[in-house]
Design a protein around this ligand. Sequence first.
Ligand code: NAD
Length: 491
Amino acid sequence: MKDQLYIDGAYVACASGEMFDVIDPTDRSVFHRVPAGNTEDIDLAVKAARRAFDEGLWPRMSGAERAAVLRRMGDEIAARTDEIARIEVQDNGKPLPEAVWDIEDTAGVFHFYADLAERFDTEAEQDVVLGMEGFTSKAVKEPVGVAGAIIPWNFPLLMASWKVAPALAAGCTVVLKPSELTPVSALELGGIAERAGLPAGCLNIVTGFGLDAGAPLTEHPMVDKLAFTGSVPTGSRIMATAARDIKTLSLELGGKSPLVVFADTPIDEAVEWILFGIFWNQGEVCSATSRVLIEEDIYEPLMARLVEEAKKIKIGHGLEEGVLLGPLVSPLQHEKVLNWIETGKREARLVTGGGVPEGLEGGCYVEPTIFADMPEDATIWTEEIFGPVVCVKSFRTEEEAVRLANDTRFGLAAAVMSSDLERANRVARAFRAGIVWINCSQPTFTEAPWGGYKQSGIGRELGEWGFNNYLEVKQITTWDRHKPWGWYLKE
Ligand code: NAD
């Protein structure tokens, strides 16, 4: 495991020499220490990225040449899936099969953006039809410049790839600031990039805390674009900072995503997707199905089955066979979620869970937790908890379901289940959310746009949308000197 920053093509100690502990949430032990990067390290990293962009080969290479490097990065990540997945289990707590899924997905993201980089050679320029004779015009896409990427802890390497891969594919250079809670896997990316042939300075990785390393990155005048994934309050602060020198910005923020279940849904299917929606990755998922709306007619039988199945979920160490729920990421997150559960007990009815599982008190574990009888103004119904806690409510009509689903300041994701696909599609279109699932919840695809309405963010990641995040569009217009003009100099 790496214990140095990666700046300008080399692993280096941080300026202050200070290190901080990385905790294994299964037993709260310290399993690694990484550098506490600060303003000085960020400045070195940004200047390296600036030089690599302004003077280096990377933005001037063909897309096919960049694609070859990205493909090799994806290949090495794929080849090291098990090793890196085990780092994620120790750092984040997630069960191994989910961590393996993350790393396979991460490799897939590099391969996907390699393909887009290659296509860029023929698709970067587009003719624009003008409404005036004598001129021709082209829209030319170019890399935006130096990108500052700040990411959260719930899918450590995968979140890094959502920014690093499209940014590099577009020809940008990057400074990545991983979360202080899960910094270990991201540091591996430096060596992976180097072995793949990425020129020095194109990818820089600075571990550290939000205020010490994240804030100076957002404030740095040589950064052209900021890409942030994290909480709404931090996103809002970053947006305010970016406004000072009008940096291009994309924000992927929190959610409180609903799943509406109509009575014509097979109960087993509903139970499967609710459980997956809220309990995979310990519910530490921005798009988690944290609010479930069930049509009155099936409310009782569905709840009974849901509770029965939730109680069967195997909780434990992520490396243990059959475990579906690991510990939360950190002691602080554990405490936060348990506090939310205490609030929930005052606001609604706790149906199951709500505590620390017996025998696992040494780790940051929380039982799968279900609340029902939800008043509309309950804070556990309106605020993001980011843990294995789901709030359930019944509804009578489609209109009521849509109103309740949309009654939130967030708009990241929403889902609807019904055997009537016409109705499901109608509801899908009525949701005010950027990601909508019909008859499922959570499957995420590298090819499809990802991002939120309302306070859940600005812009879209993944797919070609994620690529466009790192591109500027330049208009190049040419006057045909054989055509008449002469505004000042008349014939
Ligand atoms: P967070 O906002 O606390 O931290 C995210 C990152 O920002 C970390 O790297 C942190 O060090 C950094 N940071 C903190 N303060 C900063 C500052 N003042 N300036 C610059 N950087 C700063 O979020 P978190 O707790 O790591 O992640 C959980 C949140 O992320 C949840 O709200 C979740 O919904 C959201 N999330 C959203 C998506 C999405 O795609 N929309 C995906 C994953 C997580």
